[in-house]
Each structure stands twice: as C-alpha cells, then as structure tokens.
Design a protein around this ligand. Structure first.
Ligand SMILES: [Zn+2]
Ligand SMILES: [Zn+2]
Length: 207
C-alpha cells in the first residue's frame, strides 16, 4: 500500500491518500479541507479515487468530504453512527473550531470489524470511542499501517474536553484495541508526525 499525507486546515490535519500500487485504486482518508490541494495530488499520481473514509465527525476531518464525493462521484464511508451529533451539527462545530463550515451528508456509517477494499488493499475498521463516541480507525495489516485519527498522536493523546468525549473510553481504546495490534505498527495520526505503537508504549507521557 502506498500513501501520502497532505496537511489541510488551520489544524494541520493529516489528510491521507492511500492507494494500491497495482491498480492505482485510491481512497482519501479524512479530507478536512483545502480540496484543491487533495485533487492536485490525486492528479499528480494519476490515481483512480474510489472512496472517502472518515475517522470521526469533527470538522477538520470532514470539511471537504462532501465536495470531493460529488466531484469524483464516490461514496463517503464512516464514521460510526454514534458520531451523528457531530456530523449533523457542522454549524455548531464552526463556532468551536473556528474553521469554515461544510455540508456533510450521504455518508454510509461503518461499524467495528467492517472491511474495506481498495484495489488489492484490505482495511479493517475498529470502533475506538473516546475522542468522539463514533470514532473509528483504519488498519492495513499487510503494510502494518494504522490510520488512527485523533485517538493517539506522537507522545500525545486525543482531546477529551469536547462535548461527548470520554477520557476512560479513550484510554480503553488505546490500551485494548490499538496496543494489541503490535509494536512494529506505523501509526499515521490525524495531526503531527508519524509514530509507531512500540514507541508510544515506551514514550507517551499520557499512557
Ligand atoms: Zn477530532
Ligand atoms: Zn483533528
């Protein structure tokens, strides 16, 4: 599996484009904004984009999803339906996060253990509540890569001071779902640098 990270929005959100090197079929994970930047990269690598994947309903992760789904005529998959509070209330989010509002609709909810195929790539979905109630993560076992959204970052963890956040759920998600995936797993978080599960077990001061 190939991937690139494109930083979007004032929050430097890591929008990822992942693709199968054989078929060039691609998916966009968390297109939070700046859709033209995302389109330029899809054109640059001559990719056939098939799906938009969403980890959770915060505006810095969903901001360009609807517009890109219309441009490429592709479905939006995710997050888990427990994030409906966030996906329905983008106007409320605009005031909290101070970034432009967006339309977000026609998504298909995902649930724990769902599998997503992009070319020859298989992604497994895990429901990881805490930062938001419907947060999910996407795991590619073959390449040992996890797209973790805002659950865990390099030497940091997701915020739990927002409406419907839950600190205990967040820690349980990290310890019971993410950590068992294995120390050698590369973690591509929603913000900041890439890390590994092994590094975070030893060096994350919040865990
Ligand atoms: Zn978030
Ligand atoms: Zn975020």
């Amino acid at each position: 599996m190939n991937y690139i990270i494109i930083q979007v929005t004032d929050f430097h959100q890591n929008c990822c484009i992942i693709w199968c090197p054989v078929t060039l079929h691609a998916a966009i994970i968390d297109p939070g904004g700046e859709h033209q930047k995302i389109i330029n990269n899809i054109s640059k690598y001559k990719l056939f984009v098939k799906k938009i994947l969403i980890t959770h309903g915060h505006l810095d992760h969903i901001g360009s999803a609807y517009i890109l789904s219309n441009i490429y005529k592709i479905p939006i998959l995710g997050p888990h339906k427990k994030d409906i509070f966030w996906t329905k209330n983008t106007n409320f989010q605009k005031n909290i996060f101070q970034i432009p509002n967006c339309i977000f609709k026609k998504n298909q909810w995902l649930k724990n253990n769902d599998q997503i195929i992009i070319g020859n790539i298989l992604l497994k979905v895990y429901h990881c509540p805490g930062h938001t109630p419907g947060h999910i993560i996407f795991f590619n076992k073959l390449s040992s890569i996890l797209f973790s959204g805002d659950i865990i970052f390099k030497q940091n963890i997701g915020r739990t001071d927002l409406p419907l956040s839950n600190y205990k759920d967040l820690i349980d998600s990290i310890k019971n779902i993410i950590f068992p995936l294995g120390n050698n797993i590369t973690v591509v978080p929603g913000h900041g640098p890439v890390t590994t599960i092994g590094f975070e077990k030893l060096n994350n001061p919040f865990l």
